[in-house]
Design a protein around this ligand. Structure first.
Ligand SMILES: [Zn+2]
Ligand SMILES: [Zn+2]
Length: 243
């Protein structure tokens, strides 16, 4: 276990003109309404995931190559989406931003101040939000596998499944003693490992944004993908970075 992942960074810059965010103030933003939203996300995701699995199974005879490409692409895209979303909430806005400020930015900022806090989150708090997001991918695969065809249906099921699993995989990367099977998967590089995630927890938290499997971190950081995206957004919108 790399200690860099466990160590809490207290050197965060606070947004101009407001009180500095603390672990306590960020944790206090977790409301009953948020909890109910997470339960709803888990319920909808479970139904949609079962439907999408049936949709993928409908194409069971699609051939090994189609299944392999669709599974790898689905997992890689889920990892990319985790990086884009994570980068977005780490880089722009604050806890005062409408809707996403409390729903998402709060949890990402809290995670930098206290990386170990998420280990104490239960199943609902860990997975509810991503489960809700996964429905956007699994629902089409559940409802229209015939229209979509084999590749897209299998792709959407695995992309949705791994988006739903993202925070769980991220949490396991922060645990000193994850389940034995997960530790094995981490060591093989199939899912996010503590070592590959450690870089993100060094200030200013501006690389290694992908937290599902971490497959995309190497290529994206190597080409300066997120710095380029920041320059583009700043040039077009004039928005200010707020890391
Ligand atoms: Zn982050
Ligand atoms: Zn982390």
């Amino acid at each position: 276990m790399n200690t860099a992942v466990e160590g809490a960074g207290q050197d965060e810059a606070s947004p101009v003109g407001r009180e500095p965010e603390t672990v306590e103030s960020l944790e206090a933003g977790y409301t009953g309404a948020h909890r109910r939203y997470e339960w709803l996300g888990l319920g909808l995701a479970a139904l949609s995931m079962i439907g999408a699995a049936a949709g993928a199974w409908h194409h069971a005879d699609a051939g090994v190559l189609v299944w392999f490409v669709a599974i790898v692409a689905g997992i890689a895209v889920a990892d990319l989406v985790s990086g884009l979303v994570h980068w977005g909430f780490d880089t722009w806005g604050s806890v005062d931003t409408p809707i996403v400020g409390q729903l998402a930015i709060r949890t990402f900022r809290q995670h930098h101040l206290d990386p170990k806090a998420m280990v104490g989150h239960d199943f609902v708090e860990t997975n509810g939000h991503n489960a809700m997001l996964s429905v956007a991918l699994t629902a089409p695969a559940a409802w229209a596998p015939e229209v979509l065809g084999a590749g897209p249906t299998i792709f959407l099921f695995f992309a949705g499944l791994f988006i739903a699993l993202t925070s769980q995989l991220h949490k396991w990367a922060h645990m000193s003693e994850p389940p034995r099977a997960i530790r094995l998967l981490q060591k093989t590089g199939l899912v996010l490992s503590p070592d590959s995630h450690a870089g993100h927890h060094a200030s200013p938290h501006d690389n290694g944004y992908c937290v599902t499997t971490g497959w995309m971190n190497g290529p994206l950081d190597k080409i300066g993908f997120f710095r380029g995206l920041e320059r583009l957004i700043q040039a077009v919108t004039g928005a200010r970075l707020n890391r």
